[in-house]
Design a protein around this ligand. Structure first.
Ligand SMILES: *[C@@H]1O[C@H](CO)[C@@H](O)[C@H](O)[C@H]1NC(C)=O
Ligand SMILES: *[C@@H]1O[C@H](CO)[C@@H](O)[C@H](O)[C@H]1NC(C)=O
Ligand SMILES: *[C@@H]1O[C@H](CO)[C@@H](O)[C@H](O)[C@H]1NC(C)=O
Ligand SMILES: *[C@@H]1O[C@H](CO)[C@@H](O)[C@H](O)[C@H]1NC(C)=O
Ligand SMILES: *[C@@H]1O[C@H](CO)[C@@H](O)[C@H](O)[C@H]1NC(C)=O
Ligand SMILES: *[C@@H]1O[C@H](CO)[C@@H](O)[C@H](O)[C@H]1NC(C)=O
Length: 435
């Protein structure tokens, strides 16, 4: 996603864009061949705390809507435990590169990097320019900024110019300039600090590996990358219909990336890596969509922008497209819990042993402009009128495989689906187990 176009003033993030989760899924092996071989070493996820919220060894991260009531300490209070990773977005323009979001958020980060859980800060650098407009001065300013943050006791995973394989980024689809910029930024940072780790993080792509939107064209080389991540969402049909993710959506979408960066042997290792990477899902959610009534102030708000606090009460708002021709709108908890369990359940952990963290994009946004919907990506936010049932489910069940299997309260009580394709329209039938 692509937040914030705000240049100055408040620390609230504005806006985002869209991530195109490719639905063209390759036919893939299920979860065979995933064990790491003792011959093929793995790099740890640097500084990832071992005592934060975990599910089957997969740590939880959050991209909170900074400037709202949900700064990291608020999320920790809501969950009763600390996540391991805190995302952020640092906006940069060709004529403005003081990385002020780092300053606004440093106090919070010092607190959450210095508690019982020593959390990692994972800012994404969002550049509003073409890659060849990135200058040496920007590189120097960025290196100085991360060093300053590190000197405050806060380790960084730097998600520099993420989703670079997406056309929605100004710097997107420019692989040569991207790779050379990445390398010089990495060199500059390493010259001044050893506590900022370079997190290389494209958007999910499951098409041809030679395509400009594929991963390989953007690979800077093993010596320049400390950790790898992926943006991967379950958007639902048309990005505006509430439907459970299809059974293997996560596994099938993630597998090609995982195999590329976390090979188990040197024979199937297209990047020629000497060690497998630890992998994180750098951004994810399964948004729940609501219709926006014509008389709502959000109706005229531009598409693909953040909703600012105070957050609306959505409990009288109709979930989108609940009417024919769509048979129903699935339950919010079913949608969100199903997706989360696909990512952090024990079968996923067994299939992807080097998947180390999953970061939830905890925002409420206006839909992308072609549909008048609110897209609620949140899992936490009951104090700000977000559905408390979802937050409670996350709080009590994260990491509990029995609870994952048993289901949960709500209209849909099973985390199981079967998918029917109907001439381009995807219809989803939930297996509802009593209640
Ligand atoms: C960073 O460098 C300092 C000074 O050389 C050293 O004491 C410290 O252990 C290093 N930290 C890491 C995480 O490598
Ligand atoms: C917006 O959503 C519509 C409906 O899902 C989709 O067809 C379209 O591609 C999206 N547009 C962008 C810019 O993401
Ligand atoms: C709807 O929201 C109002 C105000 O936040 C709250 O008092 C009420 O209990 C909610 N109703 C339901 C059904 O959640
Ligand atoms: C909150 O989520 C639960 C579980 O999905 C659902 O049953 C309920 O209707 C939702 N409440 C509101 C007010 O949207
Ligand atoms: C996952 O956990 C469930 C519930 O504890 C258990 O029945 C199942 O065998 C586990 N599966 C794997 C692959 O570990
Ligand atoms: C896990 O979930 C099950 C089913 O909801 C529950 O009975 C059990 O107490 C939970 N375990 C823990 C450790 O919370």
């Amino acid at each position: 996603m692509r937040p914030s176009h705000q240049r100055c003033g408040s620390s609230a993030l504005a806006s985002t864009a869209s991530v195109l989760a490719s639905t063209a899924l390759a036919l893939l092996l299920p979860f065979a061949a995933a064990q790491s071989s003792p011959d093929f070493p793995v790099r740890d996820a640097p500084r990832l705390p071992g005592n934060a919220m975990q599910s089957n060894g997969i740590s939880l991260g959050f991209l909170t809507q900074w400037g709202s009531q949900y700064e990291p300490t608020d999320v920790i209070r809501a969950l009763g435990k600390s996540p391991a990773v805190w995302g952020d977005y640092w906006n940069v323009w060709p004529d403005e590169y003081d990385f002020r979001q780092a300053d606004w958020h440093l106090g919070e980060m010092r607190r959450v990097a210095d508690g019982d859980v020593k959390a990692v800060y994972a800012p994404a650098v969002l550049f509003h320019g073409r890659m060849n407009q990135w200058t040496q001065e920007m590189t120097d300013a960025l290196a100085e900024k991360v060093r300053d943050v590190n000197e405050q006791g806060v380790p960084i995973w730097l998600r520099f110019c993420y989703e670079m394989n997406g056309g929605w980024m100004d710097y997107g689809l420019q692989p040569e300039d991207y790779v050379s910029t990445w390398r010089s930024v990495t060199n500059a940072i390493r010259a001044v600090t050893n506590e900022t780790y370079m997190l290389w993080a494209p958007n999910v792509w499951n098409g041809d590996s030679n395509d400009i939107q594929a991963y390989q064209p953007y690979w800077p080389g093993e010596e320049y990358v400390d950790l790898v991540g992926l943006s991967l969402y379950s958007f639902g049909p048309y990005r505006s219909l509430n439907a459970l993710p299809e059974d293997d959506l996560f596994r099938d979408s993630f597998r090609p990336f995982y195999n590329l960066v976390s090979p188990t042997s040197s024979s199937r290792n297209p990047l020629g890596l000497s060690r497998a990477y630890s992998v994180v899902i750098a951004e994810t959610s399964a948004p729940y969509y609501y219709e926006i009534p014509v008389n709502s102030p959000y109706y005229t708000q531009a598409g693909d922008t953040d909703i600012s606090p105070p957050m609306p009460n959505l409990n009288r708002t109709r979930p989108s497209l609940a009417d024919p021709p769509y048979p129903r709108s699935d339950d919010e908890l079913a949608v969100k819990a199903t997706w989360l369990v696909q990512m952090v359940g024990n079968e996923t952990a067994a299939a992807f042993p080097n998947l180390k963290a999953v970061s939830l994009f905890n925002y409420l946004k206006k839909g992308n402009g072609t549909a008048e919907v609110l897209a609620d990506f949140r899992y936490v936010g009951s104090r700000d009128r977000f559905n408390a049932t979802i937050e409670e489910w996350l709080r009590t069940n994260y990491g509990n495989n029995t609870a994952y299997l048993e289901g949960y309260s709500g209209d849909a009580s099973a985390i199981r689906t079967s998918l029917l394709g109907l001439g381009g329209i995807v219809a989803v039938a939930i297996v509802v187990l009593a209640l």
